[in-house]
Design a protein around this ligand. Structure first.
Ligand SMILES: *[C@@H]1O[C@H](CO)[C@@H](O)[C@H](O)[C@H]1NC(C)=O
Ligand SMILES: *[C@@H]1O[C@H](CO)[C@@H](O)[C@H](O)[C@H]1NC(C)=O
Length: 417
């Protein structure tokens, strides 16, 4: 009896000191794992402009901050709340603290942390680095991403295992690799630059001639960028050796022509592009013969159009990797994704697209038709780049200017009378 009392008292004390309380009204569930339950404790705290800096930038802290612009009574909030609480139940034990910031109220804080108005997003602050999470908001994907955050912004390739890691990322994300003297100033500057791109771009370095040779670097100071689906690397200017010069160069070139949509980069790709960018969505199931043929065609398109990086953005989606989204996308764009590959110029926020007529390419015998397939798709891409195929969303609410009535030959038009 006394023991039970003491034990429950101890529990209350522990909870009080950790600042967590029972979250009575919130019903959350880990879906799919019968032995895993939400324990009902509230592990998030609200941050404001007043306490943000001293909480998040304090030494030896690891923070997850959810910036949201949502009304209190929005049902979306319950979903976010569950996502955070379930993730927190796993990750507070591993040293992470969970916070929310109401950006409807905290304008200055929103600007300070570079969050757009109306945007809901998650930042992780760790060892002085800020890393944005762009993945889908389900606890499993998020927790697994959080556990995988590397300790260092630059991975030094020193053995076969590191090399394998570097090579396995081919086509997955933008990678930067440099060859430096160990302990050099330039390596330090390279590391500083890498901090700013954590979670978005992977940085590697080699510090011996042996490993430099294996990754194809020739001279000390050489820095290359490898973008997915492009054969030739880009070289940083030989003069670049300061943090700022590295950053400028990466910033200018980091947009690949083609990227694959994944659970981890979802919200980084699934958003409206820059004004001058054209966004093309390609649904390609690589488990089908047609899909593989289409993928090879797109690889060639991406490689041949690398000069249009920053203007042309092709997002590759394997519907098999997003089975829950297939119906949503089919409804959104009025297309049949399961039938075969589809490619279209799209507008994310307007949820509309102009779809390429797939009968213009022959994917049944792609070897025989490789040149004509390439020409057909490239000519469609060229029309998009030149603006003769466009979604013109800005003009949607303005009526089309009426076509001038044909002037009968030989008669004067009214104006001239
Ligand atoms: C928090 O830190 C930023 C710099 O990171 C600074 O601009 C801002 O004024 C600080 N805010 C407060 C309330 O101290
Ligand atoms: C955020 O603040 C606004 C303005 O004060 C308020 O209307 C809204 O309900 C708040 N959202 C949450 C989730 O508390």
């Amino acid at each position: 009896m006394t023991w039970i009392k003491l034990a429950s008292l101890a529990l209350v004390v522990v909870l009080a000191s950790a600042g967590i309380s029972k979250n009575e009204d919130l019903e959350c569930m880990f879906l799919g794992y019968p032995d895993l339950e939400y324990d009902g404790f509230d592990r998030t705290e609200v941050l404001t402009e007043k306490n943000f800096n001293r909480t998040v930038f304090a030494e030896d802290t690891k923070s997850v901050v959810f910036f949201n612009d949502v009304e209190e009574d929005d049902s979306e909030l319950d979903q976010y709340e569950c996502f955070l609480q379930l993730s927190a139940q796993i990750m507070t034990k591993r040293g992470y603290n969970f916070y929310t910031v109401n950006t409807t109220k905290e304008h200055r804080l929103r600007k300070q942390e570079e969050v757009e108005k109306g945007e809901d997003t998650i930042h992780v602050y760790k060892d002085g680095y800020k890393i944005e999470y762009n993945g889908v908001r389900d606890p499993e994907t998020f927790v697994s991403w959080l556990m995988d955050i590397p300790d260092d912004p630059v991975t030094i390739i020193n053995d076969e295992h590191d090399l394998e890691e570097f090579e396995n990322m081919d086509d997955e994300c933008v990678r930067i690799i440099g060859y430096f003297e160990p302990g050099s100033v330039a390596l330090k500057e390279f590391e500083e630059a890498a901090e700013d791109f954590m979670g978005e771009i992977e940085f590697f370095a080699v510090v011996t001639s042996k490993w430099a040779r294996k990754v194809g670097l020739k001279r000390v100071g050489e820095v290359q960028m490898r973008r997915p689906f492009e054969e030739d690397p880009l070289f940083a200017p030989t003069s670049a050796d300061t943090e700022e010069e590295f950053e400028d160069w990466v910033e200018k070139n980091k947009e690949p022509v083609m990227q694959k949509l994944t659970l981890d980069n979802y919200f980084n790709l699934w958003r409206d592009p820059e004004e001058e960018e054209r966004m093309i969505l390609a649904f390609v199931d690589e488990e089908t013969r047609e899909g593989r043929a289409m993928k090879r065609l797109l690889d060639k398109i991406a490689d041949e159009n690398s000069e249009h990086a920053g203007t042309l953005e092709i997002i590759l989606v394997d519907p098999d990797e997003f089975p829950l989204m297939v119906d949503v996308w089919e409804d959104m764009f009025g297309i049949d994704i399961e039938e075969g590959p589809q490619i279209g110029l799209i507008d994310i926020s307007e949820k509309e697209g102009i779809w390429f007529d797939m009968s213009q390419v022959n994917l049944d015998d792609p070897k025989k038709h490789s040149d004509s397939n390439f020409e057909a798709l490239q000519s469609w891409i060229d029309q998009i780049l030149s603006g003769s195929i466009s979604l013109d969303d800005d003009d949607d609410d303005e009526p089309e200017p009426p076509a001038p009535p044909p002037t009968p030959k030989g008669k004067k038009s009214r104006k001239e009378l």
